[in-house]
Ligand binder design. Structure first.
Ligand SMILES: NC(=O)c1ccc[n+]([C@@H]2O[C@H](COP(=O)([O-])OP(=O)(O)OC[C@H]3O[C@@H](n4cnc5c(N)ncnc54)[C@H](OP(=O)(O)O)[C@@H]3O)[C@@H](O)[C@H]2O)c1
Length: 420
């Protein structure tokens, strides 16, 4: 019999204990051994968890318990969780976590500390979708050319409602908070940070890139408005928050931002709270993974799969799937300024003669070629210029936006959304 201790018996932790209890038949058949939860740790002992396990508020009760083989970290946060996980590994216990924030900052240190001890984290990226296993094991024969996906269900729900039902950004944010999809402070989701944590984990497995959130381009959906959705629809695009990792020579670009993506792409058709990730390998071609990216049971399904895997083998593959530089030459992060893309801009201007000519000239001066341009009345005295460009360099676009923002007839900083 294998004994598990759960540190953090909240939404996911409770579901983990329930799945191990309710699905004990298939789990023990597949693991080859019975797996039981011995105890759990919480902050508030007065809350009823509805579980028949011993609950304490002291992590030492799990970390110092010699009978516990596997520690499941589901408390969240970064530094406190890091300490707990290090202590568990130090005590020789296998660890399973769903904590993407912990891994976004400490995955390489944890790989070094874990060495031969199993450390698994399938649920940390895209909840119930087995994307880590797919990337680390199923596609391990490939050079990974790109990873692109919807990695945050809250943002995808908001974008879907704005597109399909014409709901405004403010209204859908409020509704998402009422439904419990978005936190009271929604920045972590709508600002792109949650998706960035997941992208960084995938990029480590695919490319061995050691970057932290502050090293990469992270933007959210907080600038997307109904006018942008209307433009996207008119030109055959959907707007999605995407996490993108792409190899270009010995450089890898990593970015999270709202993007206009052709409605013909499979990713564009992924709606609601669902997640979807496309991975292109040099030998396998494109593969696509779709499913629930969050929620207690879906996330716990991945956590329990990791527990079963540890029970089967006792040891997993190296945590990030490799133990030396993977490619012929070490890959490096591409500087954000060098990223190239097509762009869409919304520029709110005073409705005066000469404005269009001046804006067009500035585009030319920054080497940016316009693909389409529309003018839409905004108020009696102002208009929105909606412009898409051919491929341009990020640094050129950013300096052009800075210049346009300073013009006397421009009413606000132009909004830019990349087109992929
Ligand atoms: N929820 C999802 O859909 C989802 C999806 C993917 C990944 N994850 C990840 O899974 C982890 C857990 O998420 P969750 O939604 O289950 O969070 P949650 O509902 O807030 O649960 C956290 C649990 O940890 C306990 N806890 C927090 N700090 C503690 C401390 N210092 N000492 C002891 N116990 C402590 C809490 O105790 P109390 O109950 O007493 O407050 C609670 O039981 C996070 O890393 C999250 O990013 C969640």
């Amino acid at each position: 019999m294998l004994k598990v201790g759960i540190i953090g018996v909240g939404t996911v932790g409770t579901s983990v204990a329930e799945i191990l209890r309710d699905n004990a038949d298939v789990i023990s058949a597949r693991a080859g051994v019975d797996i039981v939860v011995k105890s759990g740790v919480v902050k508030n002992l007065n809350k009823d968890r509805g579980l028949d396990i011993s609950i304490t508020d002291n992590v030492d009760d799990i970390l110092n318990d010699d009978e516990i083989d596997i520690v499941v970290e589901l408390m969240g946060g970064v530094e406190e969780a890091f300490e707990v996980v290090k202590r568990a590994l130090g005590a020789g216990k296998a660890v399973v976590t769903a904590n993407k924030a912990l891994l976004a900052y400490h995955r390489y240190e944890l790989q070094d500390i874990a060495k031969d001890i199993a450390f698994e984290y399938e649920a940390a990226v895209a909840g119930g979708i087995p994307i880590i296993t797919a990337l680390r094991d199923g596609l391990s024969a490939n050079h990974i050319e790109s990873i692109m996906g919807i990695m945050n269900g809250t943002c995808n729900y908001m974008m879907t409602e704005m597109t399909n039902n014409g709901v405004s950004y403010d209204a859908i944010l409020k509704e998402s908070q009422e439904l419990g999809y978005a936190e009271a402070d929604p920045t972590f989701d709508v600002g792109g940070f949650d998706a960035a944590h997941k992208l960084l984990i995938l990029a480590s497995i695919a490319y061995g890139i050691d970057a932290k959130p502050e090293d990469i381009l992270i933007e959210g959906i907080d600038n997307v408005r109904s006018e942008d959705i209307a433009f996207a629809k008119e030109f055959g695009y959907a707007i999605k928050l995407l996490g993108i990792a792409k190899k270009d020579g010995n450089e890898v670009e990593l970015r999270v931002h709202a993007a206009l993506i052709s409605q013909d792409e499979m990713i564009a058709k992924i709606d609601g709270v669902m997640n979807g990730i496309s991975v292109v390998g040099d030998k396998v071609g494109e593969t696509l993974y779709y499913g629930a990216g969050a929620g207690g049971d879906a996330t716990a399904s991945a956590v329990v799969a990791n527990i079963i895997d540890i029970a089967r083998s006792g040891k997993s593959t190296p945590m990030l799937g490799f133990d030396k530089p993977m490619e012929g030459s070490q890959l490096v992060l591409k500087p954000t300024a060098n990223i190239e893309s097509k762009y869409y801009l919304r520029i709110n201007v005073s409705d005066k003669t000469g404005v269009l000519a001046r804006i067009t000239k500035i585009f030319e001066e920054h080497n940016i070629s316009v693909e389409t341009m529309l003018q839409r009345k905004s108020t009696d005295t102002s208009a929105n210029l909606l412009i898409s460009t051919h491929i341009a360099k990020e640094s050129d676009i950013q300096s052009m936006i800075d210049e346009i923002e300073g013009l006397e007839f421009v009413n606000a900083r132009p909004v830019m959304i990349r087109i992929v």
